[in-house]
Design a protein around this ligand. Structure first.
Ligand code: ZN
Ligand code: ZN
Length: 408
């Protein structure tokens, strides 16, 4: 389709308008988020100062993966802060912060996290920056990958900013709207994804209208947001967007297409991460299985089998999702004849290639891992059985297995 014809397509113009709306909301929220994040950072550091009676709070040495938190696990190896997978549960190899700072910040972040169960996204953050960069702390409230390098509000996309607001107990106090999952903040987050992951870059009149109305409602949250100058400006822009005769500039259009492309890349990265996590989970389960072995071989084996099936199923779903993304891009290409065509085509092919490669790799790894675990389980089981029948057996290996079996 010629570019002129494309711009004459009402539904395409609706899509660009909705995309512009998301951009205005982000611009409207940036200073508010910056403000909250900075205030909270100061409060956290103050609290740490008091807790450990420090004159100054600084570190820059700790790694979140090996950090020993201030809190310790219970006698039954549970995290007292309700975490499913916390550094406190794996004390081996963990290092206490030499400055008595980072372990306390770790605890604070967990306690400020609002979702159930509260689970900060540690992968996004670099603990070395915790004392100096307020956003390094705030990033733990974004439960999606892709924010590792970002440290200024302006660098975050709208979903990132909304996650920070919605997943932080303290920030929710600055919003009048109750966060229920169907509230206006959650709705705008969902419509943002619907717009930028859209198959055909088209929107109906009614959709664009309700999306923009939600955006205005969000920026008019009565507690604080509404009273900020940036929100007033953004609302004014959104009102103009709603006008029938709103003129879309080519710069606006190009920018929204760029944002949509970035959103698709981001989604792709997220899906890859999910597959990687699933593989790691299986690996951990297999190791755990070996450790726990002692008469429980069969139970573990069937657990592993189930786990494997589940992960395989998940992978098939992810694969379909990835393929859909690739498919959508291809569809898009046949329809639109503009300059970005070549780039998109390359992107679509790359995604397809990558996902096929990734899938084959992961499946091979999973299969291999499972076979390995099965073989190990079998051999351990045999050792235990033979040790039980032969009482005269005195060799060291059998005795160890017997102890294990007897101890369970
Ligand atoms: Zn813990
Ligand atoms: Zn430290």
């Amino acid at each position: 389709m010629e570019h002129r014809a494309q711009l004459e397509n009402r539904k395409y113009r609706n899509w660009v308008r909705a995309g512009l709306g998301i951009k205005y909301v982000k611009e409207g929220l940036e200073p508010f988020c910056d403000h909250l994040v900075n205030q909270q950072h100061i409060a956290i550091l103050d609290k740490v100062k008091q807790k450990h009676n420090l004159s100054a709070v600084s570190c820059g040495l700790c790694d979140v993966r090996t950090l020993q938190p201030d809190h310790v696990q219970t006698k039954t190896r549970q995290c007292p802060l309700g975490q499913m997978n916390c550094n406190c549960q794996h004390p081996r190899g963990k290092i206490s912060c030499p400055n008595k700072v980072c372990g306390a910040i770790y605890d604070e972040i967990i306690q400020l996290h609002a979702s159930t169960p509260p689970a900060p996204y540690w992968r996004n953050t670099d603990a070395k920056q915790w004392c100096t960069e307020s956003w390094a702390v705030a990033k733990c409230f974004i439960n999606a990958p892709g924010y590792e390098q970002k440290i200024r509000a302006v660098e975050f996309d709208l979903p990132g900013l909304l996650h920070v607001l919605l997943n932080n107990i303290d920030f929710q106090q600055h919003i009048k709207c109750a966060i229920t999952g169907t509230d206006v903040f959650s709705r705008v987050r969902m419509s943002r994804n619907a717009i930028f992951h859209s198959n055909n870059m088209e929107l109906d009149d009614t959709d664009v209208k309700s999306y923009i109305d939600d955006m205005i409602e969000l920026l008019e949250d009565e507690m604080e947001i509404k009273h900020r100058q940036e929100s007033v400006t953004a609302v004014k822009n959104l009102q103009e967007l709603k006008q029938e005769d709103f003129i879309i500039s080519t710069t606006d259009e190009a920018e929204i297409r760029r944002v949509a492309m970035a959103a698709i890349n981001e989604k792709e990265r997220e899906l890859k991460q999910t597959i990687e996590d699933a593989t790691n989970e299986l690996r951990t389960k297999a190791t755990e299985g070996k450790r726990k072995l002692g008469g429980k071989g069969l139970v573990i084996k069937s657990e592993l089998e189930q786990k494997r099936k589940k992960i395989k199923q998940e992978m098939m779903m992810k694969k379909a999702e990835l393929e859909q993304t690739g498919e959508n891009i291809k569809k898009e290409l046949t329809m639109r004849e503009d300059e970005s065509k070549k780039k998109l085509e390359k992107k679509g092919k790359n995604i397809e290639k990558q996902l096929t490669k990734k899938r084959v790799e992961t499946e091979e790894k999973l299969e291999h891992k499972l076979q390995e675990s099965k073989a190990q389980l079998e051999s351990h089981k045999n050792v235990i059985e033979s040790s039980m029948t032969s009482t005269a057996e005195t060799n060291k290996e059998a005795e160890t297995s017997k102890k294990k079996a007897g101890g369970k």
